[in-house]
Design a protein around this ligand. Structure first.
Ligand code: 4AD
Ligand code: MG
Length: 498
């Protein structure tokens, strides 16, 4: 079967393509159809003079998303996407689709989310999912090359791993179980059997806040390594992310361009060592005068941009009155973009003073919130690894810094351009006695952790690992404004369908 992504090597040959009508336009005796087949989109032309009268009649009844089979000549055409055009000689219609709900005009996000099962066919969503695939594939291949074994952690668990506030509880016969928040504790057991392992699975958090960074079901990649310390772990996270970005840049240029993703930060991130910064220094950065100045400058530039957009919009409104039909369509499209951008700017204008205040008054010892991470990374061109967080805000299993007991040997990778945390990890506490104390101090059920404590009873060793959030990574690499587009069927508070 021939697919659209093969066409550039089939010039001047007759091919048969099976797919769906993505867009169509008719002019006298001609039908222009953008055909999509999953592998790409191909401009196809049906001329009344080239097909049988009956086929022409049928072709004129086609609607968006109808399923079809076209046979025709594949010719070079610099103007069309992909550089080829199909001159249709015969066609077969599998189904003429009903009126398709998602039209080329703009739709609101909730409408699109309600139609996620169809929205996935749109060009932008198509591009994101292909980049997601490349990220997944590259993660597996990177770990395989580095000698890691892929193992699966259970999804039903009896142990909370990341605090008890975001647990999904479910019945388990006469017992109760939790949906896993992280495969880490099991990963530690696996690492003691295989040295270097990683898990790659769905994880669940009952996140009660609606933010652009949180899903209730997301995919996490969790390497765990015996005999690794925090520094080796930071280098592993950097190596993994760089290989992922390099592969996306090398093989998904077309998809990135569909998304309008600027490549500068991705290129810098792929080849330059990440920044590394102790938590204490990150706090100083937040509280610095330099940060306050940057925010003032940002606020001023947002006001300027808004004023410029408003005046452009006024001009377009005037022009629209006497414009030709095709120009009116263009104007309408541009005005929509302007309105959207203004809405974003207004949100920034409301947020910046709040961020400024919260940065200036940030107290050492607190965990960073989403907005703190935004500020720390907004002007960066590559990720920052923040390490050595206050132990009090981190998980029970993290090893304390031998240099300073108030600190945990924790690391977070913060993505640039305001994206924030995409990786969280640490060196683990390997001492049995210390760990028992921590479990008690965190008010956790000691009984449920007996198997985990066995790992410290029988041949305990220094070890470390991290969790990479897949959707956060997809979102940053694709330049998305919300995690909901980074997964085929997002699960959020208030969203369980489709
Ligand atoms: O920082 P977290 O909570 O770390 C852990 O779960 C550790 N047990 C991982 C480990 O050391 N093996 O989560 C890890 C990553 C975050 O950095 C973020 O990318 C992602 O998981 N994440 C979420 N992604 C989407 N929605 C949510 N609600 C997320 N919570 C965490
Ligand atoms: Mg974290």
């Amino acid at each position: 079967m021939t697919t659209i992504d093969q066409l550039s090597s089939l010039l001047n040959q007759t091919v048969t393509l099976k797919g769906w009508v993505y867009r169509l336009r008719q002019s006298k005796g001609l039908l222009f159809i953008e055909l999509r087949d999953g592998s790409g989109i191909c401009q196809s032309v049906i001329a009344e003079s080239d097909v049988s009268p009956q086929q022409w009649v049928e072709a004129t009844k086609l609607k968006q998303e109808s399923s079809v089979e076209f046979t025709g000549l594949c010719v070079a055409d610099a103007r069309s996407e992909g550089g080829v055009e199909l001159q249709v000689q015969s066609l077969e219609i599998l189904q003429v689709a009903d009126g398709y709900p998602i039209t080329p005009k703009e739709h609101g996000t909730e409408f699109l989310m309600d139609h996620r099962h169809l929205w996935l066919r749109s060009k932008r969503q198509w591009a994101i999912m292909r980049i997601r695939h490349t990220i997944i594939y590259t993660i597996h291949s990177y770990f395989h090359k580095e000698g890691f074994i892929h193992m699966d952690a259970p999804i039903f668990t009896g142990n909370p791993a990341e605090g008890t506030t975001t647990l999904f509880e479910t019945e388990y016969f006469d017992d109760k179980a939790y949906l896993t928040q992280s495969g880490q504790l099991y990963g530690e057991a696996m690492a003691m059997a295989h040295g270097k392992i990683y898990t790659f699975g769905p994880t669940f958090r009952a996140e009660k806040s609606k933010t652009r960074r949180h899903l209730t079901e997301f995919w996490m990649i969790e390497p765990e390594m015996a005999f690794y310390d925090i520094d080796m772990t930071m280098s592993l996270a950097e190596g993994l992310l760089q290989s992922v970005i390099k592969e996306v840049l090398a093989t998904r240029e077309h998809e990135l361009s569909i998304l309008g993703r600027s490549l500068d930060t991705l290129k810098a991130s792929a080849s330059t060592p990440f920044h590394r910064m102790p938590y204490t220094e990150a706090v100083e950065t937040l509280k610095s005068e330099e940060m306050a100045h940057q925010l003032d400058a940002m606020l001023a530039s947002r006001h300027d941009e808004k004023a410029q957009l408003r005046s452009e919009d006024d001009q377009l409104k005037q022009e629209s009155g006497s414009a030709k039909k095709w120009r009116k369509v263009q104007i309408e499209q541009r005005r929509k973009e302007i309105l959207e951008r203004i809405a974003q700017i207004e949100e920034d204008i409301r947020n910046i003073p709040v961020w400024k205040e919260s940065a200036a008054t940030f107290e050492w010892g607190r965990d960073f919130g989403g907005s703190d991470e935004t500020l720390l990374t907004m002007n960066q061109d590559r990720p920052t690894i923040v390490h050595r967080y206050p132990a009090a805000v981190k998980a029970f299993y993290m090893k304390r810094d031998p240099q300073d007991d108030a600190l945990a040997l924790a690391l977070d990778v913060l993505a640039p351009e305001g994206y924030g945390e995409i990786v969280g990890g640490s060196q683990r506490e390997e001492s049995y006695d210390v760990l028992v104390d921590r479990i008690k101090a965190h008010d956790l059920d000691e009984e449920a952790f007996q198997w985990y404590l066995d790992l410290r009873r029988y041949g305990t060793v220094p070890h470390a690992g991290f969790g990479l959030g897949l959707e956060r990574t997809v979102s940053w690499i694709c330049g998305l404004s919300h995690l909901r587009e980074a997964i085929p069927f997002p699960r959020l508070m208030g969203r369980l369908t489709p």
